[in-house]
Design a protein around this ligand. Structure first.
Ligand SMILES: CC(C)(COP(=O)(O)OP(=O)(O)OC[C@H]1O[C@@H](n2cnc3c(N)ncnc32)[C@H](O)[C@@H]1OP(=O)(O)O)[C@@H](O)C(=O)NCCC(=O)NCCS
Length: 148
């Protein structure tokens, strides 16, 4: 259950677990080096004390932020882990003055679209042919963050 998972800042020691999920989940996975470079930005993992169950990477500049990557291990889904990862990232982004978070999602990825919709993200536009392997449009989704 998500209760058994801890959400924390990712470290280099998590790279193996992150890359293993990335390669299992995505048809066009990021290479290890991409994750390595982004660890200094906002990178969180959920772990169950043993293994990485999911991760989120985001970056920000000024009041705008982008979720760059988010995935949960297939055996750990629908337990609220991704929700906790996004909400923990949002807390940290708000603390840094971010007001708008956006992301791209494959048009055919109905599960992720439903997930983001449930967290208050709304479709703002489309990037034709943005993805490769297979080539596909990206939908741009965004959520305005309330300042506390
Ligand atoms: C999308 C993803 C990150 C969701 O992770 P998750 O930990 O299973 O999500 P949560 O358990 O936090 O889901 C919270 C809510 O989002 C919605 N949701 C999540 N996955 C869904 C799906 N496949 N279909 C419909 N709704 C979904 C549900 O409302 C869910 O609440 P519920 O389980 O009580 O019904 C996960 O399916 C995944 O890793 N997918 C592959 C990678 C991916 O698509 N990443 C996003 C790229 S932009």
């Amino acid at each position: 259950m998500a209760d058994r998972c801890r959400v924390r800042v990712a470290t280099e020691a998590d790279l193996g677990g992150i890359v293993a999920i990335e390669q299992e989940v995505f048809s066009d996975p990021w290479p290890r080096e991409s994750f390595h470079r982004l660890l200094s930005q906002l990178a969180l993992v959920a772990d169950d004390g043993d293994e990485v169950a999911g991760y989120i990477l985001a970056h920000w500049a000024g009041e705008e932020s982008e979720i760059l990557n988010l995935a949960v291990h297939p055996e750990q889904r629908r337990r609220g882990i991704a929700r906790r990862l996004v909400e923990e990232a949002v807390v940290r982004l708000v603390a840094n003055g971010v007001r708008l978070v956006f992301l791209e999602v494959r048009a055919s990825n109905e599960g992720a679209r439903a997930f983001y919709d449930g967290l208050g993200f709304r479709q703002m536009g489309r990037h034709p042919g943005y993805y490769h392997r297979p080539r596909e449009d990206a939908l741009i989704m965004a959520r305005t963050l309330a300042l506390h």
